[in-house]
Structure formats: structure tokens, C-alpha cells
Write a protein that binds this ligand. Structure first.
Ligand SMILES: [Zn+2]
Length: 440
């Protein structure tokens, strides 16, 4: 049975514990250097840095947003990537989880949204509130709080508690890229942090993800996007420490959801399955591929049927497949075993450097809904070493400065925040991060 801690502090009064989280989408830990990200480089030295921080699988923004919000891996929260095949009554069809209506679709197909409570819901149990400002896809924004327990601000529509649509001209005009991120950060600092002062405030920047998908990693454009995001994290940090100079009340967390690899090639997995006699046609519903960048998930109309084994044997012989998880083995990757999704693959990563000296290549699975060439640009989704290298820095809240080498994960952020707020956090996959360097 779940027990709920008694609230030990008043809402918004001076000295109440709060947490502020800033996510720089796709920023690889190894690309935080004094020349590219002077503020984060310096903060990493004088705060608690988590050197062995890892993403979840698939390492996509939407699954990651749900893992940060719930402290659980996709196996438990149920959002299995940037795309998922859903059966809304006409057989399995691949859908983008980034679309504004995906929340309604997954509810229609499965009867629910996320399977475990989010930070927003847990805060509401205690009479506290959360506010999220996100410049990513609508799906990634809404899956931080799909059932409307707190406030979510996004250009595709902003919502308050009860999923009541609110007038939000400050978000309506935001576009991805550093200009939109900057406008969102200004508003986050003045309106959210200073005025509304919620217990948890989350700012999710589009950079350097947005530029990383449209330019080579390490190119001047990509480095400028990293520098831009670095400046915005600094702005939030300075606002936070102006509001709480001791660092005792406001816990400051900054990190990324995943890193990136350079796209080496594009694999038309659906076509390969048809050619191998494993799928009837592009439109057939017995087996549906959900492309997730450098990973793919495969959904079966008959999850217990013999087709699962035949497809797994075919994929095992393909040289572009890095790791494959099928049936019960999906649990090893943090994925559920009891859904139509019965096979997940991470594409084979290589460690060679791109023309800008940034290591790591991997192929992607072609997404039929997106015809732009991605080759030579950044991508993520799989288990490659660089896409699995997000960064994490925690400051204030009793965290001793210094580097931690023990493994940490996106799912550790929610329990860390809840511990700081004196709320229960023992029913998640993650665990609250160590305050001391020597702690295990
Ligand atoms: Zn992302």
C-alpha cells in the first residue's frame, strides 16, 4: 500500500522547499566544454555532477519526458517511444506520440494515458502545484502531465488543472530554436519562478536538439545552439539563487533527456520485412513498425503468434541491428512484455568521428511520415553510447559538490525532487540521488 506523507510546509511561504528543473534537449555530456558551454562547465565543477548518467530506452524525448515525470521506465509508465502503434478499432496503425491528440488516442486504444502517477499528480495529492513550460513537441510537453494535475504551457495549447484550456499568448507564438527558447525562459523566470512560485517548475528547451537534427553535431550551428542553451540555464540559475541565496530551499536540477549519434544511413525496415515475406504490404496491420530514430519497436496483431519468432530470427541476421529485445527479454530493456509491442531493436552504433570531430554514428529506421534526409545530422532513440549520455547536475538542497561515478538515470530525478519536498518517493523505478559524494 502506498502511504502519503503529511505536508510539512505551507504553500508558497518563505522557506518552503521548491525544485526547478531545466532540460536542454539532446545535450550530450561530452559536448559540455568551457568553449561551448561555459556556464554548465563551471556549474559541473561547483555542484553535484553525475558522470555516469544514462537515458531510458527508447532514448526519445517523449518516452524520456514521461520517465522524468514518473520516475519510471517505459515498462511501467507505458509511453513506448516517439511513435507507437495503436489499435483504435481498425487494427494497428503507427501514430506519432508528438501530436497534440495522441493523448486522446492512447486513452481510446488502451483505456488510459500513463500507467503511473506523474510529479504533477503527486504534488496535487499534497495540495501543491507544478508548472511546466516546454518548447518541444506537444506530446513531449503534455506527457509530463497528461491528465491535467498541474499547469502545462505550450505553443499548441496551454492547460491548467483539470485540463482546462487557458489563454496563454506568451506560449502561443513560440517556435523551436534558440529565439523561442529565450522568450520562454524570460517568461519562466519572471512569471513562473518569481510570481507563481510553484513547488516544482520545469523548463524544457528545444536546443540543442532542434539544431542537432538539422545540422551536423559539432558544426558551428550546433555549437551555437549549445552555447545558447547554456546562457539560458545560467539565466534560470541566477534567478533561482536570487530567490534563494542559501540554496537550502530551492533545489536546482539541470540535465538533458538523451544525447545524439550522427546518422550513418537510413533503413527501410518495413520494406525489408515485406521483402522477407514477413509482412503483406505497407498498409497491412498484422505487423507494424514504429520508427524511433536509431531504434524501432515492432507491434503484432497477435502478440503470442509465431510471427514474433520469425521476425526475431530475421532481425538477428541483419548487420544493422545492434541489440534486439524480444518477448520476455523486453524487460531487460525497461520495456513491457505484455503489449502488442513484442520486439524492440537498437541500431548498430559505430564509434568513428564525424567531420567535426564528434564521435558516434548509427543508422536510423526510416519514418515514412518524414521524407527529409537525416544523413550526417544528429539523431537518437537507441542504446548507442553517445545517445545514452545525457548530463545531470544538481545544485542546492543539501547536495555536496563533486562528481558521482555511480550510475544514475532519468528515473532518479522525480524521487530526488520528491525527497526535497518531503514527499513519498519509494514506489518508483528510480531512487533519490545521493547528497554526498561518498554515498552509494
Ligand atoms: Zn529529447
Amino acid at each position: 500500500m502506498k502511504t502519503r506523507a503529511i505536508k510539512t510546509h505551507a504553500i508558497k511561504s518563505g522557506g518552503a522547499p521548491r525544485a526547478v528543473i531545466v532540460i536542454c534537449d539532446s545535450l550530450r555530456a561530452d559536448l559540455i566544454m568551457p568553449e561551448t558551454a561555459p556556464f554548465l562547465s563551471e556549474l559541473r565543477e561547483r555542484a553535484a555532477a553525475f558522470a555516469a548518467h544514462r537515458s531510458v530506452f527508447p532514448s526519445t524525448t517523449r518516452a524520456s519526458a514521461a520517465s522524468i515525470a514518473t520516475g519510471c521506465r517505459p515498462a511501467r509508465h507505458g509511453l513506448l517511444g516517439n511513435t507507437m502503434a495503436l489499435d483504435e478499432g481498425e487494427g494497428l496503425i503507427c501514430r506519432s506520440a508528438g501530436a497534440p491528440d495522441f493523448r486522446d488516442r492512447i486513452r481510446r486504444a488502451t483505456g488510459r494515458t500513463l500507467h503511473v502517477p506523474t510529479l504533477a499528480e503527486r504534488l496535487r495529492w499534497h495540495g501543491e502545484s507544478s508548472v511546466s513550460c516546454a518548447n518541444v513537441s506537444p506530446g513531449a510537453a503534455y506527457f509530463q502531465d497528461p491528465d491535467g494535475h498541474g499547469w502545462v504551457h505550450h505553443s499548441a495549447g496551454s492547460f491548467g488543472p483539470g485540463r482546462v484550456a487557458i489563454e496563454d499568448p506568451a506560449s502561443a507564438g513560440l517556435t523551436k530554436g534558440i529565439a523561442g527558447d529565450r522568450a520562454m525562459t524570460e517568461r519562466f523566470c519572471s512569471d513562473v519562478l518569481e510570481e507563481r512560485a510553484p513547488s516544482v517548475a520545469i523548463l524544457w528547451l528545444s536546443e540543442p536538439d532542434y539544431t542537432g537534427h538539422h545540422a551536423p553535431l559539432g558544426s558551428p550551428q550546433h555549437l551555437a545552439a549549445i552555447a545558447g542553451a547554456d546562457t539560458l540555464v545560467k539565466q534560470v540559475f541566477e534567478t533561482v539563487r536570487r530567490l534563494d541565496s542559501t540554496g537550502e530551499d530551492i533545489l536546482f536540477v539541470t540535465g538533458s533527456d538523451h544525447g545524439m549519434e550522427t546518422v550513418a544511413d537510413s533503413i527501410d525496415l518495413t520494406e525489408l520485412l515485406i521483402a522477407a515475406g514477413l509482412k503483406d504490404s505497407r498498409e497491412s496491420r498484422e505487423l507494424v513498425v514504429a520508427p524511433n530514430g536509431t531504434a524501432a519497436t515492432l507491434y503484432f496483431a497477435d502478440p503470442a503468434g509465431e510471427l514474433v519468432g520469425r521476425v526475431a530470427r530475421f532481425l538477428a541476421g541483419e548487420n544493422w541491428v545492434g541489440e534486439m529485445f524480444a518477448g520476455e527479454r523486453l524487460a531487460d530493456a525497461g520495456l513491457p512484455t505484455d503489449t502488442p509491442m513484442q520486439i524492440a531493436v537498437s541500431l548498430a552504433a559505430e564509434d568513428r568521428e564525424n567531420p567535426h570531430g564528434v564521435a558516434g554514428y548509427a543508422p536510423i529506421v526510416q519514418d515514412p511520415s518524414d521524407n527529409e534526409s537525416k544523413i550526417g545530422f544528429g539523431q537518437h532513440g537507441g542504446l548507442g553510447p553517445h545517445e545514452q549520455r545525457p548530463f545531470l547536475i544538481v545544485e542546492g538542497g543539501g547536495f555536496e559538490r563533486g562528481e558521482r561515478r555511480q550510475p544514475s538515470s532519468l528515473v532518479d530525478i522525480a524521487p530526488t525532487v520528491l525527497r526535497h519536498l518531503h514527499m513519498d518517493h519509494d514506489d518508483m523505478d528510480g531512487r533519490a540521488l545521493p547528497h554526498r559524494v561518498s554515498e552509494r
